[in-house]
Design a protein around this ligand. Sequence first.
Ligand SMILES: Cc1ncc(COP(=O)(O)O)c(C=O)c1O
Length: 409
Amino acid sequence: MKRLSLDEAKILLEKCRASLKQVDMTRGRPSKQQLEIGMRMLVRAGELDYTYAGGDARNYGDMKGIPAARELFAEVFGVSKENVVVLDGSSLSIMYRLVANAMDFGVMGCNPWREQGRVKFLCPAPGYDRHFAICEEFGIDMVTVPMLADGPDMDMIERLVEEDASVKGVWCVPKYSNPTGIVFSDSTVKRFAALKPAAKDFRIFWDNAYIVHSLTGEQHHLENIFDAAKKFGSEDMVYELTSTSKITFAGSGIAALAASEGNIADFISHLQFEMINPNKVNQVMHAAYLKDVDNITRIMGEHAALLRPKFELVDRRLFEAFGRDCPDVKWTRPLGGYFISLDVNGVAARVGELTKYAGVKFTKVGATYPYGKDPHNSNIRIAPSIPSLEELDFAMDALISAIAIALEE
Ligand SMILES: Cc1ncc(COP(=O)(O)O)c(C=O)c1O
C-alpha cells in the first residue's frame, strides 16, 4: 500500500486533466464487447419459427407474452408459468406501471393510493437511484432504511411496515444489490416474506435485476421469495422483476414480472387498455437464444470473463492506495452485478468535483440515496463495466488522487 502525499496527489490529478481523456462511469451499462455476445441471437433470427401452438408471434394476441418466454422466466424465477408476464425491454417500466396503477386504480380492489393521503415507500440505501426517482415522480414520501451486510435493516422495516398503514412499498435489489453488491441472506428473505403489513395494499418490489449476474462463475444462493411467502400465505405481497438488459441488449431485451395470480390478473386488467400485446417477435428470438437457465449461466460466464478483470482492477488500485483497514476509504468486493460501492468518509461531493475536473464522471454523488441526499456525503457508485482496462486505470488515477486530496483538505 502506498498512500499518496498531497503534492503527489495534486500532480497526478493535473496529469489526468492534461491528458484530456474523458471516461464516463455514470451508469451500469454493458460494454461493446458484452453487447457483441448477444449478436448471435440476431444471426439466427430470420430462420426461427415465429408460430407456436395457439399463436403467431408476428400477429396480435398473448398479452402476457409467448408461452416459451413465460416458461423461460418461470425457470429463472423458480415459479410457475401462470405467475409470469413477459413484456418489452425494461423491467423499470413495469415497476413504474405498477406504481402508477396503484396510485390511480388501487391494488387488488383497495382504494387508489392517491386517495389515501400521503403514502410512503421504504428505501434501503445506498440503493438504485431510479427506484427513488419513481417515488419522486409520484410524490411518494421516501423513508431511508440503512443497508446492512446481509440486506436492509429488517428491524426497522418490520417496525415501519407493521405499524404504519401509509407505508405502501419497499424497494429491494436482493441479489448483487445496486450498488453494494450484497446478496440478501436467507433470514432477510424470510423476514420479508413474514411481514404482516398494516396496509393490505403494501407491496415488496423485489427487483431481481441481477438474478443470474455472477462475476465469479459460482452461483450464489438467494432464497426464493415466493417459496418463503408460501409458508406465510403472503404471496400477494410480492412483485418480482427482472430483464435481459444485461444478458442480451440493454433496453432492447425482454423483461418479466412474477407475481401471485391475483396480482397478475390485477396488472393485466389495466394493461389491456394500454397494449394488445408486447413485442413477441423479440420474445421468440430471446427464448430460442437463451433456451434455459443452464444456457443463460453459460452466456453469463462470457459476460463475467469480460467484467471480472475490471472489477479486479478497481479493487487492486484501491487496495494499493488505501489498504483494507483505512477508516476513511471503504469499498465493496461484489460477487456479481454491475457496481462497486465506495465510501469516502464525508468527502464524496468533493471527490466528485475533483474527478470531473480530471475528466472522469461517476454517478452523481448522493444519487444512491432518496432525494439525491447522502446524509453522510460518503457514497460513490463505481460502474466499471463500460471503460476499457486502460481507461479504467486512468479513471482510478483520477479517483485515487481525488480521494487523497479531498481527505487532506
Ligand atoms: C437494480 C436495477 N433495476 C433495474 C434496472 C433497469 O433494468 P431494465 O433495463 O430492465 O429497465 C437496473 C439498471 O441498471 C438496475 O440496476
